[in-house]
Design a protein around this ligand. Structure first.
Ligand SMILES: *[C@@H]1O[C@H](CO)[C@@H](O)[C@H](O)[C@H]1NC(C)=O
Ligand SMILES: *[C@@H]1O[C@H](CO)[C@@H](O)[C@H](O)[C@H]1NC(C)=O
Ligand SMILES: [Cu+2]
Length: 175
């Protein structure tokens, strides 16, 4: 049973790691807008996510209400269009493929939207062939964790095997 769980977990990781690119919906349900309140920010949206070369950012906005322009950091900080990288994308939704490693900065050029928080910075990492892929943590023994409060019942297979927990050193339940 543990073998089955471990095998399933390994297969999931293989599938996960084989994915060539990830599509990131910028702002998720909010899309590419002026942040609706002070709890939302594009830096919060980006934090904790891994952006890799080849991934796609989807900026979901209404044409003629917003746009997307890549700029250098100074222009991102100051909300100006100085030294823009490439040209402004006016048609939404806009898909942008992250083509290089480093930090990429995007702003909306409409009115004061950028000053109101419609700006995004993402740090893009490269995936070296055969090298370390940040999305593929090496398989290594998990640190010994305390036994679960509710041990699995011996006579029933769980509907959803605990994929995220590596098997502990507990003896298998006696049947
Ligand atoms: C802020 O806006 C986000 C996105 O629309 C929403 O999920 C969240 O509940 C809002 N928070 C507050 C405090 O209004
Ligand atoms: C942009 O990406 C979305 C999500 O993957 C996809 O549905 C859409 O067809 C893409 N649009 C273009 C123009 O490639
Ligand atoms: Cu805008």
């Amino acid at each position: 049973m543990m073998k089955a769980v471990f095998g399933a977990m390994f297969a999931v990781m293989l599938l996960h790691c084989a994915a060539a690119q990830t599509v990131h919906m910028v702002g998720d349900g909010v899309g590419w807008e002026i942040p609706p309140n002070s709890s939302f920010s594009y830096s919060n949206w980006a934090s904790g996510k891994t952006f890799m070369v080849g991934d796609i950012l989807v900026f979901n906005f209404m044409t003629n209400q917003h746009d997307v322009l890549r700029v250098p950091q100074a222009s991102y900080d100051a909300c100006t269009q100085d030294n823009a990288i490439g040209s402004v994308i006016t048609t939404g939704p806009a898909n942008i493929t992250l083509d290089s490693a480093g930090t990429h900065y995007y702003i909306c050029t409409f009115g004061r939207h950028c000053e109101f928080g419609q700006k995004l910075a993402v740090t893009v990492v490269s995936s070296t062939p055969g090298g370390a892929n940040p999305r593929c943590p090496p398989l290594q023994p998990a640190p010994l964790s305390p036994p679960p409060l509710h041990p699995p019942r011996p006579n029933r297979m769980p509907v959803h095997p605990p994929l995220l927990r590596l098997p502990t050193m507990k003896a298998p339940p006696q049947v």
